[in-house]
Ligand binder design. Structure first.
Ligand SMILES: [Zn+2]
Length: 76
């Protein structure tokens, strides 16, 4: 099953459905610091979303991930 739908991104924990900008984003780089195991850097960095309601984090599915990367790379 999907954790997302066309109307928004649904939190798999509490069921909150919000627009992409309702969520807080963390990138994999944070995880590198927390874990000394070998974690090679990858070009594709999974985006961890933090739910604004329950504050739990979850990873996006790839279709949404690519969409968000476009949104967040607007600085160029
Ligand atoms: Zn939630």
């Amino acid at each position: 099953m999907s954790g997302s739908n066309k109307r928004g991104i649904k939190c798999p924990y509490c069921g909150f459905i919000g627009k992409p900008r309702d969520y807080t984003y963390m990138y994999e780089a944070v995880l590198y610091v927390a874990d000394q195991e070998v974690l090679k850097e990858e070009r594709e960095r999974p985006v961890l979303l933090i739910c604004p309601r329950c504050n739990r984090g979850f990873f996006l599915e790839s279709p949404y991930q690519k969409l968000l990367e476009r949104l967040y790379n607007r600085a160029d």
